[in-house]
Design a protein around this ligand. Structure first.
Ligand code: PLP
Length: 403
């Protein structure tokens, strides 16, 4: 943290920042790659890793983390739309970039121009992509795309019953070729005896049946991929040719169910949290028992208390529902958030934290020396997922990339 402190002392700006550890990011990528390439399998070609960098790299800065991950050996990248893909390309990334949510009308041309790979999730998109490829006068069959099949999540993807129709449409597309086939798992973290706990097995069966049908129609599916974070850690049968980690890349396991199995699954893939969100104390006051703190006085002090004001609020990404529920790390101790989180500031009770002074650093989540305040636990405390917290870190928060 010393480097960041120095940087911020010089920068003379509002003290809220996110430190992004590029060594932790590279560590997580290498750990994933090793896990999905067990030496006893003796694969001719290692399984590839497609790093999910959509949502501004889960809040870490999409182009910057993509660049660092490419250097660390990531094979592919996943973004949600053409605009995100272009930002990653402009950062200098050369590896293939898959546009997961595909294109809307008019986006095909810039998508192709920047060498991005489209996902087709409706059959009618084939004709639009083919027309855009033809306009670019590319070589026959030179534009690769991936097909997304919906296997039960009922979100994106063609129905398994539409494979024949897809094959017929593809036959009319002279400039395109199928580079890969994917599906997305809805409940891969769930192992309980519930419908969600059964869903992954059903999705796998439907997916592999759809691949068989494609092959029976004489179509090579190319790179087959379906595993997200939970499936990478817990379900080797889903690893196929390539895996698509998001949350685990940034250092956080999903909330496996049942909770009693979390420790077992997390031990399979030790991860390092990549982001630490920090701010500083900009005001300190003593209040008497019975006084209220913040909007609507939702916190009433039960004893004489020392209240610190942090220079970050929900406008920076401190989830508003942490008011009166969450805590932050100061001097290695957890200080409870008191009152409603405001847009630009947050109050914490530091009565139990010795020697607190103006300018001291508070870690909203992440690590601070040997102490940690994991975003996964913060998220669980307010009933959300880690990615929700990470993606919420707003544009006005500078990211500091530390090696
Ligand atoms: C298609 C696709 N693959 C992979 C992922 C990564 O998911 P996770 O963060 O659970 O690894 C996502 C994220 O939502 C996704 O949409």
């Amino acid at each position: 943290m010393a480097r960041a402190q120095k940087h911020l002392a010089i920068s003379k700006r509002r003290p809220v920042w996110a430190e992004v550890s590029l060594s932790a990011l590279a560590h997580n990528l290498h750990a994933i790659r090793e896990l999905v390439n067990p030496p006893q399998e003796k694969r001719k070609f290692p399984r590839r890793v497609l790093s999910i960098v959509k949502g501004n790299g889960y809040g870490h800065g999409g182009p910057e983390v993509a660049k660092a991950l490419e250097k660390a050996g990531s094979d592919w990248f996943g973004v949600t739309c053409t605009e995100e893909g272009i930002a990653v390309r402009k950062a200098g990334v050369r590896k293939p970039i898959l546009v997961l949510t595909s294109f809307v009308e008019g986006e095909e041309a810039p998508l192709l121009e920047h060498g991005l790979t489209a996902v087709i999730h409706r059959c009618d998109q084939l004709a639009a992509l083919e027309a855009a490829a033809a306009r670019r006068r590319v070589r026959r069959g030179s534009i690769a795309f991936h097909l997304k099949i919906d296997t039960g999540m009922n979100r994106l993807g063609i129905a398994t019953s539409d494979i024949d129709c897809f094959a017929r449409q593809l036959g009319k597309c002279r400039h395109l070729h199928l580079g890969g086939v994917m599906t997305h798992l809805a409940s891969s973290e769930v192992f309980s005896n519930t419908p969600a706990g059964e869903q992954t097995r059903q999705q796998e069966e439907r997916f592999y049946a759809a691949l068989d049908r494609l092959r029976a129609l004489g179509i090579d599916p190319g790179i087959v991929h379906l595993a997200n974070s939970a499936a990478i850690t817990t379900r080797p049968e889903t690893w196929a040719d390539m895996v698509r980690p998001g949350a685990i890349l940034y250092g956080y396991h999903p909330g496996y169910e049942p909770a009693e199995r979390r420790a077992e699954f997390e031990a399979r893939l030790p991860l390092k949290p990549v982001m630490s969100l920090r701010t500083r104390i900009i005001s300190l006051r003593n209040i008497s028992a019975g006084e209220g703190v913040g909007y609507d006085a939702t916190f009433i002090a039960q004893r004489a208390s020392r209240i610190a004001l942090l220079a970050a609020g929900y406008g920076d990404g401190i989830h508003r529902s942490l008011g009166n529920r969450g805590s932050v790390l100061i001097h290695g101790k957890l200080a409870p958030i008191v009152g409603i989180v405001s847009m630009d500031v947050t109050m914490v009770d530091v009565t139990g934290v010795p020697d607190v002074e103006l300018g001291d650093i508070a870690t909203i989540y992440g690590t601070d020396g040997e102490h940690s305040h994991l975003a996964s636990l913060v998220a669980r405390g307010i009933g959300t997922v880690t990615s929700d917290l990470l993606c919420a870190v707003s544009e006005r928060v500078p990211r500091l990339y530390l090696s």
